[in-house]
Design a protein around this ligand. Structure first.
Ligand code: FES
Ligand code: FES
Length: 130
């Protein structure tokens, strides 16, 4: 039988990291893929342009669960410029790759993180005195 998913993908499916919601989140974003109907909700606590905490909830396929989970690990503790640089390819690489037809699942995680940074920059960051 050909393996569809890597061992790392299965590890994240069985034991997703940072699942749940964050009571003290200052950014909440949702991203979805209209073609499959899957959706992810990210909760972030961003302070001084650093991701201090991040959690997610999801309704999605195995690849969506694994990539959303891996994306929280890639974003945790990182500066916002670095988070903006996270691509679907980088997230997939952190899982030792994904089948081509499942790359759109990692794109959901990347676009949600980018939207979170944009939301923070447009709202929370803008509230600070200059
Ligand atoms: Fe079935 Fe995403 S809708 S796996
Ligand atoms: Fe929809 Fe994976 S099939 S995100």
């Amino acid at each position: 039988m050909t393996e569809i998913y890597s061992a790392k993908v299965w590890d994240h499916v069985r034991n997703p990291r940072n699942v749940g919601s964050l009571e003290d989140a200052n950014v909440v974003v949702q991203a979805g893929d209209p073609t499959c109907g899957d959706a992810v909700l990210y909760f972030l606590r961003i302070e001084e342009d650093i991701v201090r905490d991040i959690k997610f909830l999801i309704k999605g396929c195995g690849a969506a669960i694994a990539t959303s989970s891996a994306a929280t690990e890639l974003a945790m503790g990182k500066g916002l410029d670095e988070v903006m640089g996270l691509t679907d390819q980088i997230i997939a690489q952190a899982l030792d790759g994904l089948p081509e037809e499942k790359m759109h699942c990692s794109n959901m995680a990347a676009s949600a993180l980018h939207a979170a940074v944009e939301q923070y920059r447009a709202t929370v960051a803008g509230e600070k005195p200059r």
